[in-house]
Structures are given as C-alpha cells and as structure tokens.
Write a protein that binds this ligand. Structure first.
Ligand code: NAP
Length: 416
C-alpha cells in the first residue's frame, strides 16, 4: 500500500495473522503516533528506552522498525487541517500493532474526541489497563504491593455510545412523549435523556477476552463488575452474559463463586479460575482495603473509566499507568494521561505511562525479555530516587530528572 505522507521504513516486515494468532517477524514494523502537548517529549524518551531494551535482550537479532503515523495537531499541519487522516487509520489496521501519545480534545465544542473516534472506527472494543505497584513509587496505601490488577473495560457501548437528547430539543420531546405515553415512564419535565445500550454481543466478547487473558497469564480470578442491583437489564444483564460466556465457553477452566461454595467447600479446585461478580460501588472500597483479592476485572464503559483512574491513583497515578485499546488482534497502546499542555516542550514530565504501555506492547508481541528489562530498570531507578518532578514532590530526598534524563537513567540500568 502506498501512502501520501506516511513513510514505511525501508526494512522490516509487517505483523500478520495466521490461524487467529499474531505472527511477529524478528524485525516487525510498528506504528507510533507522537501525540500533542507533552507527546513529543515522552515519545522521544520512550522510543529510546524500548530500542535499548530490545537491543540488550536480543543483541540485534530482533529490532523494531518504527513507522511514524499522524494524528492530532501534527496531522492537521501535514494534512491541511485533518486531525485524523484516513491513511493513519489504514496504516494502523495494516500494521496491526501501534502505540500513541495523548491527543488534545476541546471541551464542549470543536471536533469529537480523537481517542473515541479511533476506538470506534477500529472497533477496539477492550480498553485494557494493568495496574501494579513498583517498589519505591509513592502510594497512599499501607500495603500497595497488594495491588496487581488488570482492568478490561468495554469500549464501544454504555452511556458512551453517544445516544443523547438535549433538554428542550425536538428529538428530546419526541422521545419523552413516547416514554411517558407508550412506556409508562415517569421523570421530571425537560430532563435531558440518554440511552445506555448494553448488548450480549459486546458484553460477551469483552468478558471472553478477560477470561482468555486470565488463562494465558495464569491468573486465578476474574471479577465481573456491575451495578446490576439497580440497572437490571443493562448492568445486571452484563453480569448474566458474563457468567454465560464463562460457563459455556470456558467450562474446563473456570469455577463460579456459586459453584465454589455449593460444590467445592469454598476452596478453588487446582488450576481453575474463580469467576465472581461484585457491585460497582463496593469494588471501589474493596480495591482500597483488600486489593489482593482481585487479579482481573471485566466491566462496562463508565464503571471501567472511573475504576481505572481510581486504582491507578493507589500506585503512582496517571503519570505511570499504561493502557491499550484492543480488538480481536489489532491493538493500539497508549499513554493513559492527557496532553498536559502547560508542560509541553519543557522536557519535564514523566514518560512512564507511555513507556509502560510500550512494555505491554512488547508483551503483546511476545518479546517478554525486553519488556522485563524495562520493568527491572524502572524498579532500580526508583530505588535510586532519581525521578521526574511528579514523583519527586512525593518522595523525600529524591533527585529531579528531566524526561530525557529519566530515559537516560533507565537506559543506563538496562545496559548496566
Ligand atoms: P492531563 O493532560 O492528563 O493532565 C492533568 C495533570 O496530570 C497534569 O497537569 C499533571 O499534573 C498530571 N500529568 C499528566 N500527564 C503527566 C505526566 N506524563 N507526568 C506527570 N504528570 C502528568 O489532563 P487534562 O489537563 O485534563 O487534559 C489535557 C488534554 O488532554 C485535554 O485536551 C484532554 O481532552 C486530553 N486528554 C487526552 C487523553 C488521551 O489522548 N488519551 C486522555 C485524557 C485527556 P500536575 O499539574 O499536578 O503536575
């Protein structure tokens, strides 16, 4: 495929899919989007760290050939005002795996969120956020080391589907009349109205991905998070469909909490994954008080949005939390924070969110040795208390490093 502005690297091969699995060449081409605001600073730093770890782990036998793709303000400059060029979308699909920095979204006007568009156009239905504690990272918890959870958040429906009717609009009046007169619904005059679609298709594919992850990564529990006691036919249905997938498609691998007590005396049978469910409000409490009880969470869009940031805050916050948006195979890894415009081009912020999203990406393509080197280097740099400003203000006796010097410190550890 030829592109107008995207330059495919001269060497390297594309990742392909065979028998429903990724086939990763030794020298794959991976896409990256620099992002807006602090994006260029954290991307430059992270690319150097990823490349150093790959070189160290595989001594030149494996190498990523990076292909720059354009979204956001940089794209608008190159593509005459187009913030999300069609060829970027095509390239992300063709390359299968890519990573992106944060992108600006104007509040209350302007264009639609590029992140939301990206997720919808590529049907990246699972937002995956691992949250774990790294020794030395400032935390408000007494036992932060007990936090090691991965959140699978449904990305395509729920109140985020954009089916909303403004108070006073014709469409709102029409829907309100129908709901009152045909459906017997009662609500205050001039209420804004929104629709919360939760389908068996979207719920099941999300829960399927979470359980498959648990199997592939030797996890022992998957928790379905919902507010089904109140929203029975949406959140409650999500729970029910989740258990259906678990029992119908993973029967040999799982035991439900009900079965655990009815048939196994409360002890998980050897090698089985416990599938349980918790109400959304209590899970916020449990993840602070007894985080060790949760390894994999599967939930809908809104719960997942709140939960991801809340859990990340327990172990270092958004400056460090990684994430990915994943379809069946295509995956776009991303920093979970925004563009922090007040710090743009200051070489100041923490690159760890993007850098750890890259660690997730390396694991996704099976390059765990390189991924582990970065994680080990990070722990070692934390032990030295050589950190960027955000951690320095929370750690007594820390030395503040710039973004690029923080990357240098990591690379020093990787090579040391
Ligand atoms: P933000 O960019 O995440 O920044 C909020 C604050 O978080 C910063 O002021 C800073 O706190 C801290 N922070 C963020 N990234 C950091 C990093 N790498 N290292 C250290 N600290 C970091 O949120 P926002 O100001 O609400 O949003 C700005 C823009 O980003 C908006 O246009 C928004 O729509 C967009 N956004 C994009 C994405 C995305 O692309 N995925 C996600 C969220 C928001 P201190 O000031 O306390 O140091």
């Amino acid at each position: 495929m030829t592109y107008q502005h995207i330059k495919l690297p001269e060497s390297g091969e594309k990742i392909t899919i065979k028998n429903d699995k990724l086939v990763v060449p030794k020298q794959p081409i991976l896409g990256f989007v620099e992002g807006d605001g602090i994006g260029p600073d954290i991307t430059a730093a992270s690319l150097r760290v990823w490349d150093a770890a790959i070189e160290k782990a595989y001594s030149g036998k494996r190498k990523v050939h990076w292909c720059e793709l354009y979204m956001g303000e940089k794209a608008a400059g190159i593509y005459a005002g187009d913030y999300f060029p069609a060829e970027t979308l095509d390239a992300m699909k063709a390359l299968i795996v890519s990573i992106k920095g944060p992108l600006t979204t104007p509040i209350g006007g302007g264009f639609r969120s590029l992140n939301v568009s990206l997720r919808q156009k590529m049907d990246l239905y699972a937002c995956v956020r691992p949250v774990r504690y790294y020794s030395g990272v400032p935390s408000p918890l007494k036992k932060p080391e007990e936090v090691d959870v991965i959140i699978f958040r449904e990305n395509t429906e729920d109140v985020y589907a954009g089916i909303e009717y403004e108070s006073g609009s014709d469409a709102n009046k029409k829907l309100a009349k129908f709901l009152r007169e045909e459906m017997g619904a009662e609500f205050f005059e001039d209420a804004g109205l929104g629709v919360k679609p939760i389908s068996p298709f979207a719920s099941k594919r999300l829960v399927r991905k979470a359980i498959q992850y648990a199997i592939d990564n030797n996890k022992t529990d998957v928790t379905l998070v919902h507010k089904g006691n109140i929203m029975k036919f949406t959140e409650g249905a999500f729970r029910n469909w989740g258990y259906e997938v678990a029992k119908e498609e993973f029967r040999d691998h799982i035991v439900t909490e009900q079965e655990l007590w009815d048939e196994h005396n409360g002890t998980i049978p050897e090698g089985k994954i416990l599938v349980k469910d918790r109400i959304a409000d209590i899970i916020f409490q449990l993840l602070q008080l007894r985080p060790a009880e949760f390894e994999v969470l599967a939930t809908m869009n809104l719960n997942g949005d709140y939960l991801s940031d809340a859990v990340a805050a327990e172990v270092g916050g958004v400056g460090i939390a990684p994430g990915a948006n994943i379809a069946d195979h295509i995956a776009v890894f991303e920093a979970t924070h925004g563009t922090a415009p007040k710090y743009a081009n200051q070489n100041k912020v923490n690159p760890s969110s993007l850098m750890f999203s890259g660690v997730m990406m390396l694991e996704y393509i099976g390059w765990n040795q390189a991924a582990d080197l970065i994680t080990e280097a990070f722990i070692s740099v934390m032990a030295d208390k050589t950190v960027t400003y955000d951690f320095a203000r929370l750690l007594e006796g820390a030395t503040t490093l710039s973004t690029s010097n923080f990357a240098d410190a990591l690379i020093g550890k990787i090579n040391g």
